[in-house]
Ligand binder design. Structure first.
Ligand SMILES: NC(=O)c1ccc[n+]([C@@H]2O[C@H](COP(=O)([O-])OP(=O)(O)OC[C@H]3O[C@@H](n4cnc5c(N)ncnc54)[C@H](OP(=O)(O)O)[C@@H]3O)[C@@H](O)[C@H]2O)c1
Length: 272
């Protein structure tokens, strides 16, 4: 097999499995072109069993069998993995890292050869509706960045950014599903408070969230247009939006995103 046409997934945890399955779903690779590894052999066996991937028997063997490496271990395990796979990497290798807070410079320092692309996917990748931002390391070509884009778009849209935006991306789309989920939780509880059975409230909220997103993504409306369209003067929505504004929801969102951004910078540290 041509090793460029194969991917080594180092760390087959939650995201590794989701992204590998997405590559197959999107037709970027066949299942037998994906080599998976993990710290746990049982985990590898489960993932191989579920998807028909291959298991080469270790990280070094995996990068030897594949031209593209997806680094999907936790940030704390990255340095050790780089040490392990470094000797197996050649000039033509492309390493795509999804480890939060780990810079392309840090990975390049640990790998004498190979190009690096850093990616920040989010939890909605699990259902093919993820939002992933990618940025190129200093050794990555435009073609390699494009390869990373094609591979990752199996789990949702991919946007190319400068690495300097990555903490902001983490604060918006990385943590974003939690913000919308918190709002949805509150709305479900509120629906129950005004008399709805919980299951009905859950259904109403989930579809309203999906429908609102579709108005923006498919309907071409700005969020402010959606809000105006459903807000008649003196009506029910106007009363509700007034309450949200008085409660400072807008300021709370601003503070929340700023806090996530600040935390991302702290976790990254000054030199990594
Ligand atoms: N989850 C998200 O929504 C999300 C979003 C954006 C980015 N990320 C990034 O994605 C990465 C993976 O996150 P995750 O949630 O998928 O974590 P996870 O489920 O813990 O997966 C990581 C896997 O790597 C394995 N591993 C540890 N050391 C290894 C080694 N030396 N060689 C091979 N495999 C090894 C772990 O095994 P053990 O558990 O046995 O140690 C685990 O199965 C993280 O760096 C995270 O920052 C995650």
């Amino acid at each position: 097999m041509n090793s460029v046409a194969a991917v080594a997934v180092i760390g087959s945890g939650k995201m590794g499995e989701i992204l590998a399955a997405g590559m197959v779903r999107a037709g970027a690779f066949r299942a037998d072109q994906i080599f998976v590894t993990d710290a746990s052999e049982q985990r590898v066996a489960e993932v191989v069993d579920r998807h028909g991937f291959r298991s080469p028997g270790g990280n070094l063997a995996a990068v030897g069998a594949a031209g593209i490496v997806l680094l999907a271990v936790k940030p704390k395990d990255v340095a050790q993995v780089l040490e392990e796979i470094g000797p197996g990497l050649g000039d033509g290798h492309l390493v795509i890292s999804i480890a939060a807070g780990i810079t392309t410079a840090f990975i390049e320092q640990g790998l004498p050869q190979g190009a690096v692309v850093r990616a920040m996917p989010n939890a909605a990748s699990q259902v093919g509706e993820g939002m992933t931002a990618i940025c190129a390391g200093s050794r990555a070509t435009i073609e390699q960045l494009e390869t990373a884009r094609v591979i990752l778009q199996g789990v949702g849209p991919v946007i190319v950014i400068e690495e300097s935006y990555i903490d902001a991306v983490t604060a918006v789309s990385g943590s974003g599903p939690a913000y919308f989920a918190l709002f949805a939780e509150a709305m479900i509880d509120a629906g129950v408070t005004v008399g709805l059975p919980r299951s009905v409230s859950e259904q109403l909220v989930a579809q309203t969230m999906r429908g609102t997103a579709a108005l923006v993504t498919d309907g071409g409306m700005q969020p402010v247009e959606v809000r105006s369209a459903v807000t008649s003067p003196g009506g029910t929505t106007a009363m509700a939006v007034g309450e949200l504004e008085r409660a400072g929801v807008r300021a709370a969102v601003l503070n929340a995103v700023q806090a996530a951004f600040d935390r991302s910078r702290v976790l990254r540290g000054p030199s990594s």
